[in-house]
Design a binder for this molecule. Structure first.
Ligand SMILES: Cc1ncc(COP(=O)(O)O)c(C=O)c1O
Length: 388
C-alpha cells in the first residue's frame, strides 16, 4: 500500500538552498574541487564567550528541559540588547526563544495567519516564508520589487491589498538581495499596516551585517505606535556565526508571544539548554567579535564587487547588508538561472543558488561568507564558464 501524503505537505517545495548545498557536498565527497557560495552561514568559529558559556553550562549540569519560552538569563540578555541597540523596551513575557529563527517564524505565521488570509511578501523573498504561509493554509501575495531596486513601492504594496490581507513579512537586511530598507520605505510600510490593520513579522536576522553608509532600523524605532502589531524576529545564527546551535527569538506583544509559546509547547518544548546558555555568552560578550566580522564581510563584499564589476553579461547592484550578492544573469551567455546554477556546478564546481528559489528568475545568489581565496577563484571560474 502506498502511503497517502497530506495535501498540505505534498505541496511543499524542499528548500532550494539546502538542495544545492547538499549536491555541492556530494560532489566534494567525490573529490571534486567544489567552491560553495550557496550556504547562508558565516565561516567563522562561534565567539569564545559562547563556547565558554556552553562548557560552563555542561559542567554545571544544565542538561534538562528549560522553561518553554527560554531561560530567564537569555531573555534578560535579549531585552538588554534590544534596549541598547534600538532603545526598545521588552519584558521577559514579551520574548520567546526557539530553535532557530526559522522555527520562530513558522510559529509566528501559524499564530497570526488564518485560513485563506493573504500575506504580503515583497520578492525576492527568502525561500521558507512562502512555504510557511502555505502550511498555515494562508496564501502568499508576492510583490515583485525587481523594477524598483528591490525595495517595495507604495503603489505596489497598496495594489496588492485585498479584503483578505492580514499581514506582511518584511526582511531587512534582505536575503537574497543584500538590500537594506531605508527610513522612507519603513515609514511607508508602517503606514500601510496602520491604515489597513495588518500585522508585520519583521525578520531582522541580518541586522548586524550592514556596510558603508547604510543604516538598519527596527521598524518600531520609526513607528513606535505599531508595537502591538509587530513581531520582531532575530537570532544568533548570523551575527555570532552560531548557525549550528539553533537559537532564534522573537519579541512582540505579550498576548501574541504567549500564543507563539503555546504552539512551541506542542512542537519542541524548549530550545537546547546548552545552546541557550551559549547564546547568553555570545550576546553579553560578543560586541567586539560582531564588529570584527562585520568589517571582514565588508572587505569581502568590496573585493567581490571589484572582481565582478568588469564581467561581461553580469549586472549587480552593490549589496549593503547580509552576505549575499544577487547577480542579474539575464544578459549573460546562460540567461536561465536554473540552468546557470546546474551547469556551473557540474562544469566548474561552483555552487550558487538560482533566483527562481526566491521568486526572482534571471538572477543567481552568491554568498560571500567564505575566504578571499575562494572569492577570487570563484569569480575566475564564473568568467571561464561564461566564456565557454
Ligand atoms: C532571512 C532569513 N530569516 C531567517 C533565517 C533562519 O535563521 P536560523 O538559522 O536562525 O533558523 C535565515 C537563514 O538563512 C534567513 O536567511
Amino acid at each position: 500500500m502506498k502511503l497517502k501524503i497530506s495535501r498540505r505537505v505534498s505541496a511543499i517545495q524542499p528548500s532550494a538552498t539546502l538542495a544545492i548545498a547538499g549536491l555541492a557536498r556530494e560532489l566534494k565527497a567525490k573529490g571534486k574541487p567544489v567552491l560553495s557560495f550557496s550556504a547562508g552561514e558565516p565561516d567563522f568559529t562561534s565567539p569564545e564567550g559562547a563556547l565558554a558559556a556552553a562548557r560552563d553550562a555542561l559542567d554545571k549540569g544544565e542538561t534538562r528541559y528549560t522553561a518553554n519560552s527560554g531561560i530567564p538569563e537569555l531573555k534578560k540578555a535579549i531585552a538588554a540588547y534590544y534596549k541598547t541597540r534600538f532603545d526598545l523596551d521588552y519584558a521577559p513575557s514579551e520574548i520567546i526563544v526557539s530553535s532557530g529563527a526559522k522555527q520562530i517564524l513558522y510559529q509566528a505565521v501559524q499564530t497570526l495567519a488564518d485560513l485563506d488570509d493573504e500575506v504580503l511578501l515583497p520578492s525576492p523573498a527568502w525561500v521558507s516564508y512562502v512555504e510557511q504561509v502555505r502550511l498555515a493554509d494562508a496564501r502568499e501575495v508576492i510583490i515583485d520589487t525587481s523594477a524598483t531596486g528591490f525595495v517595495p513601492s507604495r503603489e505596489d504594496i497598496e495594489g496588492a491589498l485585498s479584503e483578505k490581507t492580514a499581514g506582511m513579512i518584511i526582511n531587512t537586511p534582505n536575503n537574497p538581495t543584500g538590500v537594506v530598507y531605508g527610513r522612507d520605505t519603513l515609514e511607508m510600510l508602517a503606514d500601510v499596516a496602520r491604515r489597513n490593520d495588518l500585522w508585520i513579522i519583521y525578520d531582522e536576522i541580518y541586522e548586524r551585517l550592514v556596510y558603508g553608509e547604510a543604516k538598519h532600523y527596527n521598524i518600531l524605532q520609526i513607528a513606535p505606535d505599531l508595537r502591538d502589531r509587530v513581531i520582531t524576529v532575530n537570532g544568533v545564527s548570523k551575527a555570532y556565526s552560531m548557525t549550528g546551535w539553533r537559537i532564534g527569538y522573537a519579541l512582540g506583544p505579550k498576548e501574541a508571544i504567549a500564543k507563539i509559546d503555546d504552539v512551541q509547547s506542542h512542537l519542541n518544548s524548549n530550545a537546547s539548554s546548552i545552546a541557550q546558555w551559549a547564546s547568553v555568552g555570545a550576546i553579553e560578550s560578543g560586541e567586539p567579535y560582531v564588529e570584527r566580522n562585520r568589517l571582514e564581510f565588508e572587505r569581502r563584499r568590496d573585493l567581490l564587487m571589484d572582481l565582478l564589476s568588469g564581467v561581461e553579461g553580469l549586472r549587480i547592484e552593490q549589496p549593503e547588508g547580509a552576505f549575499y550578492a544577487f547577480i542579474d544573469v539575464r544578459n549573460s551567455s546562460e540567461p536561465d538561472d536554473n540552468e546557470f546554477c546546474r551547469r556551473i556546478l557540474e562544469e566548474k564546481f561552483v555552487a550558487l543558488v538560482p533566483g527562481d528559489a526566491f521568486f526572482a528568475p534571471g538572477y543567481v545568489r552568491m554568498s560571500y561568507a567564505c575566504s578571499e581565496n575562494d572569492i577570487r577563484e570563484g569569480v575566475e571560474r564564473i568568467k571561464e564558464f561564461l566564456r565557454r
